[in-house]
Design a protein around this ligand. Structure first.
Ligand SMILES: [Zn+2]
Length: 191
């Protein structure tokens, strides 16, 4: 999908893939859902297709995203969950009317109601966030060690020692930075 907008970073966990639509929160932030249409695109690739999205719905989506980010960050560092964030997550979860559908092939699909599709999709994302923040799923919330990122991610590795939200972006960048720093520390002798 070539759109002229920043690409999506897609992970296997819906809620943290969603919070990843804003990256580099502690550096030069990259907004990956800058328009309602990009939210429609993101939802489509995540199995939550909607046919329209208003500016107000995009605002609501971003509010949910930042609330999940705040609550997941608190859970990762084991401090009290911020009450306003919890409220937004719960409101979105309550408003959603999506139904889980089992396909004949044994896969789960989401069926969104016709009246409030974006809200239904956000409800699915909110419920996913609740399940990881509540510690119901096999894995552990952690924060990306990249100083400009610090995204909350869900570590499902065996050893629970994953350091970066995404190996291909933050992990790679960090490795390159370390390599360059070593080069500077040990410059080649001048001829
Ligand atoms: Zn990161």
């Amino acid at each position: 999908m070539r759109t002229g907008f920043p690409d999506f970073r897609l992970g296997s966990v819906l809620a943290t893939s969603f919070t990843g639509t804003l990256s580099e929160r502690h550096g030069e932030a990259v907004e990956r859902i800058p328009t309602p249409h990009r939210l429609i695109d993101w939802l489509a690739v995540n199995g939550l297709a909607v046919d329209s999205c208003t500016g107000a719905q995009l605002d609501l989506a971003r509010e949910l995203r930042e609330s999940i980010h705040a609550a997941a960050t608190a859970a990762a560092v084991q401090v009290a969950l911020p009450a306003p964030a919890v409220q937004v997550i719960n409101d979105c979860s309550v408003q959603g009317r999506a139904a889980a559908i089992l396909t004949p092939e044994g896969e789960r699909r989401w069926r969104l109601s016709s009246a409030s599709r974006v809200e239904d999709a956000l409800g699915v994302i909110a419920a996913d966030a609740i399940s990881i923040i509540a510690g119901e799923r096999d894995g552990k919330l952690a924060l990306c060690v990249s100083p400009t990122c610090q995204a909350a991610f869900f570590d499902t590795s065996q050893s629970r020692t994953r350091k970066w939200c995404d190996m291909n972006t933050c992990g790679n960048r960090q490795k390159k930075a370390r390599f360059n720093a070593n080069q500077r520390k040990n410059p080649r002798p001048a001829k």
